[in-house]
Design a protein around this ligand. Structure first.
Ligand SMILES: Nc1nc2c(c(=O)[nH]1)N[C@H]1C(S)=C(S)[C@@H](COP(=O)(O)O)O[C@H]1N2
Ligand SMILES: [Mo]
Length: 197
């Protein structure tokens, strides 16, 4: 009994089958931002999907919420080895935005206020796998965690969950975003430990 406690409890961290390889559970919520925190108010926030030929599909704050908001409880996994389990979030499923968008392109460059970018295959954003999150843990997202709105793609490493979400540019082929140009993996599946490439 004591041996089990020493191996799986206390300072070494808990063990959990939901924990991907190389990850450690944290109870606090670290802030990881490359560069300054943009100051974007909900009243001035908008989100744009750009498709073939530069065609723009845009939603402002109230149009986003009118699509339909969902509560989600999910784990998040950062490439720097911390994970948080059972985080409550609220947001709009990305599926609802793409209901109004026609595109033949399979890849997405996600863009943030402040210039951050990250790339994803469109299929990693659809079928209930991604949200535009506006609340976490029962409160509106704070600026340091990406408020007023951030992407939430919990099945991939957390660098894909762009804070201060501004838009998505559809692309015919996969192109690296900010961290991906700096050595992070193009896709970032935590269960396959796709950290770097
Ligand atoms: N716009 C933007 N989004 C970002 C980042 C960033 O620097 N800028 N960092 C990413 C990384 S590496 C991680 S781990 C998470 C951290 O989110 P948090 O600060 O809310 O924990 O945001 C991701 N989204
Ligand atoms: Mo990260």
């Amino acid at each position: 009994m004591g041996v089990v406690n020493r191996a799986f409890g206390g300072r070494r961290g808990r063990s959990d089958s939901r924990l991907p390889p190389g990850q450690t559970i944290v109870d606090d919520w670290p802030v990881l931002t490359a560069g300054p925190t943009p100051d974007v108010g909900a009243h001035e926030w908008s989100f744009t999907i750009t498709t073939e030929g530069g065609l723009e599909h845009r939603w402002d704050w109230s149009e986003l919420h009118a699509l339909g908001v969902e509560d989600v409880v999910t784990d998040v996994h950062c490439v720097t080895h911390w994970s948080r389990l059972d985080m409550p979030w609220r947001g709009v499923p990305v599926d609802l935005l793409f209901e109004d968008v026609e595109t033949g392109y399979d890849y997405v460059m996600v863009r943030s206020y402040g210039g951050y970018t990250t790339n994803l295959p469109l299929e990693d954003l659809l079928d209930g796998k991604a949200w535009i999150a506006t609340e976490a843990e029962g409160s509106p997202l704070t600026p340091e965690h990406g408020g007023p709105a951030r992407l939430l793609v919990p099945h991939l490493y957390f660098w894909k969950s762009a804070k201060w979400l501004r838009g998505m540019q559809m692309m015919p082929s996969d192109e690296p975003g900010f961290w991906e140009q700096n050595g992070y993996h193009l896709r970032g599946d935590p269960w396959l430990e796709e950290r770097y490439w």
